[in-house]
Design a protein. Structure first.
Lengths: 436, 604
């Protein structure tokens, strides 16, 4: 059980760490020095304004429509008659000079609270001198790139938090694990992957939802959608594989067990090798079919598409897809063989499914059924084997709706040399179970 | 049957109509906007020029009456700065630099670069175009001063000392100087605690004064190298500054008023007449008289020991003038109503029952010489000359509402345009009753903007989508147009009515009842008054004033023409054989014998 939930806890810890590392401060004060002279100048000299693309007609229109106002009136108009004058102090030491750039301050460092409209114009008095600033209370989410990280992400400075998270993570990863055959199965692995997805993306999605109440950037909304989908995928995966994992645990505990065979190492190796070849052969056949279709479609695009360049792109994408599938077809059986060779050379057979080593097949789920079961006696002194075929419902969505079809899987179960009679009895039970 | 909810949409309709009318009025009447006074220039001639921020807003007056008038022919560009060099006026605008010599009437364009700052002393001038450094202006040509040391912040104030030293200052730039022959700007003195300089002034003895934003007022006396803060001035924001020639009398605009010192800056007092008024410009003229110009476009002059407001700009704008049959004249000028009982008499100011400040007030006098005063916010009043009272004249007018425009139309009839619905009413003076002139149900597109009397007792009233007209002896007729132009329709010498809709021109000849596309003919008479000798005086669409004689076939012949004495908009009136024309800056009477104009603007 610990093995299962360890995945979940580690994922949650990682998600929590990522969220806290990035989580932005609630409000920061952006301080910009105001050079009134230059600003005033820019109002009446459109060529020197920010956009270099102003047309001469726009400049001329500005010259003919914007009456000149003297500097004092310009300031009066810009600040709406309200400029707060504050004496310089410790808080203002780090402020940029009149020619300097932008600075950010935590709100509690600024001796002004609740400014009207979220910003104010400030005149900072230092003796007879007066420097001008514009202070803006901002949600830093929109300007994370401009803000020093230590200010933008306040949790990064909480050392105790990171030490605690690190220690917890190390403890979880260092816990001794004793894998039972069920826990080592592909069903347990699927369930763990589902839980990791759920545990990592659910907290991220919830944090993004929380942040979306603020002026969040688009990436936060993207994270809500993608993270939410992945969390949901993880939940569904964990539920499906969890149910099958529970069945496997019951089967291995003897509940509904029709046969439990121990195979000799030689027979197991021979079986694994042959099973790999069979599996690869089946997959190759499908690959060839897909490749032929891809060639036909790709050639069609190259030859007949009105846009030849686009046709070549489609053909290129199809070729890449076929190559990727070929790689999977070549590597997947090898990986399965490797896993099976490391597994216990045992077979558990039940009316709802079979587990060969670490590889379990379950056909009593929603829409799945056993199609056929037969005993194939060995030739030339080779051991017999049970050939099972089961199918599951698969859905394909298209523009007009969702179409379902049956996807058949062939499973070969090795039978120890002295267990052929028992195998016949098992097949009889399976056939009865499936109604035939 | 009226459903209980019917009043709600009606209220919405009325509100929408009211908003539409108000917004159109703003556009149509060009509601008076404040013209901040950018600078006051005492000229070497003893006259004073005043520059406002409005295009063409350059005024000039000379003593002793100090009657300000617009200077004719000023470039229609937004002004920035004004100065004088060797009896020539130099005007810096947002679209160029102009010069008018004292012996020339026209303005010569010296440069097409927008002017940011300008200063002259004798023949020496410095100009700083926006976005550039200072330039020397010599013989009408600009050449950049190729010297180092310009600060990052632009220099916005310049003064040139007699010996040719150029001082420059600006917000955040402090004060710099450039001596003749130097190749770099140098800071002036030390100890200037605040570099946000808004105002710069030089006394005759060489004392330099600077007004700063936040630091108050500083001065640097000749021979000293350290600025002294004039701490007697409590205010720290000095936005305008003037120093008398001897340096003893200082005026400082402090944002909400003016402070003055008569002892060179040691002690200060508030100028009570200017308390709370934002003053943008201050100056001393050649005889040491002080002037102040405000953000709201008001001009003040020191008269003896008190400041008095000088009538200027909008104060002299004649909104309406109307005459009675006995030679009496009423004029709505600025925010005041005046009466002159007979030609040559003194003007009397007439108290009105409500303030005339919103610029939408109108006057009309009926055939019996009764004066009516209209306002969109107040019921229409009629003046009782004997008692000076203004009884309400609202009979027949649907409540609520009033007239935003009163006009005297053909045959001496007074018309009113309802402030909310834009409908046209006719006054029946004997019953003191207003009668609606029906053109259908009141809708937004039925609104009438204005009404004019045209030659030969023709009348036109028009709105954005309607044109109403009346020919002599006939009732009012109307026609719907889409998006009529705002300008008044006109009548040509052949009694053809004309109106314009964007690129299309329509005309209606006498005896016809259908408007047709046509090519416009000139001149068009857009307003006319009748004279006692049977001739008429009409304003043309191209702003001429012509006297018309009616031929036997009913067409009109032009007898003589006159150029109006001031800028538009114009308002026209006649009494007997006297013709009066109100312009943007005064009221004038036409001397028909000499063909000249006589300024009869009330000066009080």
């Amino acid at each position: 059980m610990l093995l299962v939930f360890r995945s979940l806890i580690v994922a949650v810890l990682l998600a929590l760490g990522a969220t806290l590392w990035w989580y932005p401060a609630a409000t920061l004060v952006m301080v910009e020095p105001v050079a009134w002279g230059q600003w005033h100048e820019q109002q009446y000299d459109p060529q020197h304004r920010s956009s270099p693309f102003l047309s001469s007609s726009v400049i001329e229109q500005s010259r003919q429509s914007r009456p000149f106002v003297p500097m004092a009136e310009f300031i009066h108009g810009q600040v709406g008659g309200a400029m707060l004058e504050i004496e310089a102090g410790d808080w203002s030491r780090d402020l940029p000079g009149p020619e300097g750039g932008r600075a950010w301050l935590a709100p509690d460092r600024v001796p002004v609270t609740d400014p009207p409209r979220g910003w104010l114009n400030l005149a900072l008095r230092d003796g007879e001198a007066l420097d001008f600033y514009r202070l803006q209370w901002l949600d830093p989410l929109q300007r994370l790139g401009d803000i020093p990280p230590a200010l933008a992400h306040p949790f990064r400075g909480v050392s105790l938090l990171w030490v605690g998270l690190g220690v917890t993570l190390l403890v979880m990863l260092a816990l001794p694990v004793c894998e039972s055959p069920a826990q080592a199965s592909n069903l347990a692995r699927g369930m763990r992957i589902g839980l990791v997805l759920l545990g990592f993306f659910l907290p991220l999605t919830l944090a993004s939802l929380w942040l979306s109440q603020r002026s969040a950037p688009d990436a936060v909304y993207a994270l809500i959608v993608i993270g939410g989908m992945l969390a949901l995928t993880g939940l569904v995966t964990a539920l499906i594989f969890g149910r099958q994992y529970a069945w496997l645990r019951r089967l291995m505990a003897g509940e509904g067990l029709l046969a439990h065979w121990q195979l000799a190492p030689e027979q197991w190796r021979d079986f694994v090798q042959r099973d790999m070849r069979r599996s690869r052969g089946e997959k190759l056949a499908r690959l060839v079919m897909v490749a032929v279709m891809a060639v036909v479609v790709g050639l069609g695009f190259v030859l007949f598409a009105p846009d030849r360049g686009a046709g070549l792109v489609v053909a290129g994408v199809l070729t890449g897809m076929v190559m990727l599938l070929a790689l999977i077809v070549l590597l997947m059986p090898l990986w399965t063989r490797r896993r099976l060779l490391r597994a216990l050379p045992q077979v558990w057979l039940g009316p709802e499914g079979v587990c060969i080593g670490h590889q379990a097949h379950h056909w009593s789920g929603l829409g799945s059924r056993l199609e056929s079961a037969r005993l194939q006696r060995g030739k030339q002194g080779r051991p017999a084997r049970i050939e099972l075929t089961y199918s599951g419902l698969r859905g394909v969505s298209s523009g007009r709706g969702v179409y379902f079809y049956r996807d058949q899987q062939n499973v070969v179960v090795p039978v120890p040399p002295d267990k052929e009679v028992e195998a016949e009895r098992v097949i009889a039970v399976l056939r009865v179970g499936k109604g035939g | 049957m009226v459903f209980p909810t019917a009043s709600v949409p009606f209220r919405y309709l009325v509100t929408v109509l009211r908003l539409a009318v108000l917004s159109m009025l703003l556009l149509f009447t060009g509601a008076a906007q404040a013209q901040p006074i950018l600078s006051i220039l005492p000229e070497s001639t003893g006259c004073v020029s005043v520059l406002t921020s409005q295009a063409g807003g350059l005024y000039r007056a000379c003593g002793p009456d100090w009657r300000f008038r617009r200077i004719a022919g000023v470039p229609e560009a937004l002004p920035v700065a004004l100065t004088e060099s060797n009896r020539s006026l130099i005007l810096g605008t947002r679209t160029g630099l102009y010069q008018r010599s004292s012996d020339q009437a026209g303005w010569q364009r010296l440069s097409d670069q927008p002017t940011g700052a300008l200063a002259c002393h004798g023949a020496r001038c410095v100009v700083r175009p926006f976005g550039q450094g200072p330039h020397r202006l010599s013989d009408g040509r600009l050449s950049p001063l190729r010297v180092r040391g310009l600060p990052d912040q632009p220099l916005q104030q310049f003064v040139i000392a007699g010996e040719g030293v150029l001082y420059g200052a600006g917000m955040g730039a402090g004060v710099l100087q450039l001596r003749p022959g130097d190749d770099a700007w140098q800071p002036v003195g030390s100890g200037l605690g605040n570099g946000n300089v808004l105002a710069l002034a030089l006394a005759n003895d060489g004392t330099l004064h600077v007004g700063t934003y936040g630091g108050g007022l500083y001065c640097l006396r000749p021979g000293e190298d350290r600025w002294q803060r004039l701490s007697g001035l409590q205010a720290t924001r000095v936005t305008a500054l003037a120093v008398s020639a001897d340096g003893s009398w200082l005026l400082a605009g402090v944002g909400d008023g003016v402070r003055e010192s008569r002892d060179g800056g040691d002690s200060w007092r508030e100028v009570p007449e200017l308390a709370g008024i934002p003053v943008l410009s201050l100056a001393f003229d050649e005889v040491g008289r002080a002037w102040a110009g405000t953000r709201e476009g008001q001009l003040y002059r020191r008269q003896g020991e008190a400041w008095m407001r000088v009538r200027f700009g909008d104060d002299l704008s004649v909104h309406q003038v109307t005459a009675d049959g006995r030679g009496g004249l009423f004029a709505l000028i600025g925010e005041r109503l005046y009466r002159r009982p007979y030609p040559g008499a003194d003007w009397q100011r007439i108290e009105t029952p409500f303030p005339l400040a919103d610029g939408w007030i109108s006057l009309a006098m009926d055939g019996a010489g009764r004066l009516y005063l209209g306002s969109p916010r107040h019921p229409t009043r009629r003046l009782d000359i004997q008692s000076g009272q203004w009884p309400v004249s609202v009979s027949g007018l649907p409540e609520p509402g009033s007239f935003r425009v009163l006009r005297r139309g053909p045959e001496g009839v007074v018309y009113g345009i309802h402030a909310d619905t834009g409908q046209l009413y006719r006054l029946e003076p004997e019953r003191d009753h207003w009668t609606l002139i029906e053109v259908g149900e009141a809708r937004l597109r039925h609104q009438v903007w204005d009404l004019r009397r045209l030659p030969g007792e023709h009348g036109v009233a028009w709105g954005p989508n309607i044109l109403m007209w009346q020919r002599p002896g006939e009732p009012w007729q109307h026609n719907w147009f889409a998006q009529l132009e705002r300008g008044a329709p006109g009548l040509d010498a052949d009694r053809v009515l004309w109106t314009r809709r964007q690129v299309t021109v329509f005309s209606l000849a006498p005896g016809e009842n259908r408007w047709s596309d046509n090519t416009i003919r000139h001149p068009l008479y857009v307003e006319a008054v009748a004279l006692a000798d049977g001739t008429e005086v009409a304003l043309t669409g191209d702003n001429r004033l012509v006297r018309l004689l009616r031929r036997e076939d009913g067409t009109w012949a032009e007898l003589d023409a006159h150029v109006p004495p001031g800028p538009p908009p114009y308002t026209l009136a006649a009494a007997g054989d006297r013709v009066y024309l109100g312009t943007l800056d005064g009221l004038h009477e036409l001397d028909r014998v000499h063909g000249t104009w006589r300024d009869i603007t009330p000066t009080h």
